[in-house]
Design a protein around this ligand. Structure first.
Ligand SMILES: [Zn+2]
Length: 155
């Protein structure tokens, strides 16, 4: 009889709700189709409530685009992690060489310093990607103490 391979290990293994995120690294890099740039965010969950403590340090990734059509998402991310409003025209986001080499146009990875080690609050949910359920962020809010952490999916 034919069989179907099924993994159940990750079912229910994503904590869903509002939790604190720290951004360990934010790369500024070209998107896959090379027609724009993305912020490659390498984040993890911290300060998890006791009932979710097994998910402390769970890695979460996001790739908000700098394209105008998707800039609302970048605006939400920057606003949440910096606590500032990113609403005006002509605003400038600092990017720098990861190696701090001092060359003008260098071959190194570019990073977004303002996001490094910054925290925000994220609405976490599980989404299937390449056959695995991974943690994603539906919404970002500033980490200003106004959001109650836990399994509440209210937006
Ligand atoms: Zn460099």
């Amino acid at each position: 009889m034919p069989t179907v391979d099924l993994d159940f290990g990750s079912v229910g293994k994503i904590p869903e709700g509002w939790f604190r995120l720290v951004c360990d690294k934010a790369l500024y890099k070209p998107n896959k189709s090379k027609d724009g740039f993305i912020a490659n965010l390498q984040m993890r969950l911290i300060d998890m409530p006791e009932e979710f403590e097994e998910f402390e340090n769970l890695s979460i990734y996001d790739w908000p685009s700098f394209k105008l059509s998707a800039r609302w998402k970048l605006q939400e991310v920057l606003g949440a992690f910096t606590g500032e409003n990113w609403e005006e025209d002509g605003m400038q986001l600092e990017v720098e060489c990861e190696e701090d080499c001092g060359e003008d146009s260098c071959p190194h990875q570019m990073v977004i310093p303002i996001l490094k080690d910054a925290t925000a609050v994220g609405l976490i949910y599980g989404k299937e990607f390449d056959g695995k359920v991974r943690a994603n962020v539906k919404n970002y809010l500033p980490d200003d103490g106004t959001v109650e952490f836990g399994a509440d999916m209210t937006e």
